[in-house]
Design a protein around this ligand. Structure first.
Ligand code: ARG
Length: 470
């Protein structure tokens, strides 16, 4: 048991208490951020004359050594320490002696952990954004290749109107684009530095908080020391954005599962992204899509869990807040995995264009267009709706699509119909006439694709990593 705070205690901590309290098993994930934060702190302490330059150099060298040794595996992080902060400080003192004992001057683990967690998640916001960017590139490629892959669009999971695959995928493009803009917003809002807030009330040392904030590439220091150590809003916002990403991936997965089913056969997943059954030799299952859909619950759980943890905590720091870590780390890793795998799955899937087109030809997806034909010949829309309804009923009885009715049959119900009705309700016409912006017609889709390309260029690595922190 290695602790930073033995002085006022007369007894050893009970072993179960120690285990219950310790966080090293999970906060070791941000050992790098902890060391970088300490480096910035020490540089500032020396600049302010609180440490000598010699002490600063000794500490920096010691911290660099710890970083190097952890990274190359020569120094193992073990549960002999309470948390990552204790681990780094104890190792520093082992290496450089008394100077190491000065590292924690003007700092508390409360502002330290707030900083570490922020540095860690700030990078992860960028990583998730980059993964979404790659996913968007894949979606745009599918869109460009499928401008005239006709398929039924659905409402209530019933065939509604004909669209194209490009148009359908374009809906997901918009969703993931919004997800990126949420990450961007979160990044801007979270990018202030809590270091220097101390335990909750600042410190009596003449710290230069703006300087450490600058070294760590923050916009500036946080403006209230209590809030600095008590705030986990940015994690809640991030978990909320991650939950929304999962909701989008999950809806998409649900469609992949449906489309890959024997009933739909709209797509065929690549063998590399499918799994088999231990008993049924014929099976090829969409497990990846199902897992993405399933893991959505886990990410929502993290959001609910942290919201609940935070709701009753009085200001400022309380140990409850240690619970922010495992679930956030798990949610981040889960979402990163899901985006990457989903991208690979969709990039390698084969779209069965003829099956999709055939499906659009059945199910009366062109009924609205038949009504529009009448409207264009002066029939009021409500009447046209009724007339086509009768025609659909007749087709259902005869088990044929609208375009297999003879012209006499059309005319029998409404004499306004002429030979050009067949052309007017062809799949191609139905789609190609829809050219208002946002609609599936090629002319509109080409404009949208141009706009999305421009968006991708303008937002390439819009959030990025820093070459070097500190
Ligand atoms: N492991 C703690 C956490 O994750 C570090 C902060 C400890 N601060 C304290 N006052 N006990 O929140």
């Amino acid at each position: 048991m290695a602790q930073l705070w033995g002085g006022r205690f007369t007894k050893e901590t009970d072993q179960l208490v120690y285990n219950f309290n310790a966080s090293i098993s999970f906060d070791q994930k941000f050992y790098r951020q902890d060391i970088l934060g300490s480096m910035a702190h020490v540089k500032m302490l020396a600049k302010q004359g609180i440490l000598t330059e010699e002490e600063r150099d000794q500490i920096l060298e010691g911290l660099q050594g710890i970083l190097r040794d952890v990274e190359d595996g020569t120094l193992k992080i073990t549960d002999q320490y309470e948390d990552i902060h204790s681990f780094v400080e104890a190792n520093l003192i082992d290496r450089i002696g008394d100077a190491g004992k000065k590292l924690h001057t003007g700092r508390s683990r409360n502002d330290q952990v707030a900083l570490d967690m922020k540095l860690y998640t700030r990078e992860e916001v960028v990583t998730v954004d980059h993964l979404l960017e790659e996913l968007l590139k894949t979606l745009l490629k599918i869109m460009e290749e499928n401008l005239d892959t006709y398929m039924p669009g659905f409402t209530h999971l019933q065939k509604a109107q004909p669209i194209t695959l490009a148009h359908h995928i374009g809906a997901y493009f918009e969703m993931f684009k919004r997800d990126r803009s949420r990450l961007y917003d979160i990044y801007q809002r979270m990018n202030v530095c809590p270091l220097g807030a101390g335990a909750l009330a600042g410190t009596t040392y003449p710290l230069d908080r703006a300087y450490t904030a600058g070294l760590l590439k923050f916009e500036g220091p946080t403006l209230n020391s209590i809030d600095s150590v008590a705030d986990r809003d940015y994690l809640i916002e991030f978990l909320s954005a991650l939950s929304t990403i999962m909701m989008h991936l999950s809806r998409f997965s649900e469609e992949v599962i449906l489309w890959n089913s024997n009933e739909y056969q709209f797509i065929e997943l690549d063998d590399a992204y499918s799994t088999g059954s231990s008993i049924m030799p014929q099976k090829k299952n969409p497990d990846i899509a199902e897992l993405v859909r399933g893991k959505t619950g886990r990410v929502y759980g993290a959001l609910m869990s942290l919201l609940t943890t935070m709701k009753g905590i009085p200001l400022a720091y309380n140990k409850d807040m240690q619970e922010d870590k495992e679930l956030t780390f798990d949610a981040i890793d889960t979402v990163k995995g899901c985006i990457s795998l989903f991208q690979g799955m969709i990039a390698t899937a084969k779209f069965n264009k003829t099956v999709m087109e055939d499906s659009a030809k059945h199910g009366f997806t062109n009924a609205t267009d038949a009504a529009d034909y009448l409207v264009n010949h002066g029939v009021p829309f409500r009447d046209a709706h009724g007339i086509v309804g009768q025609l659909v009923l007749r087709c259902i009885e005869k088990k044929i699509p609208l375009d297999e009715l003879s012209l006499e049959e059309w005319k029998e119900i409404c004499p306004v119909f002429e030979e050009d009705i067949y052309e007017a309700i062809s799949l191609k016409t139905c789609v190609e006439k829809r050219v208002t912006i946002g609609a599936p017609g090629r002319a509109a889709m080409e404009q949208v694709i141009e706009a999305q390309k421009k968006y991708l260029q303008e937002n390439e690595k819009v959030l990025d990593f820093f070459e070097k922190l500190v």
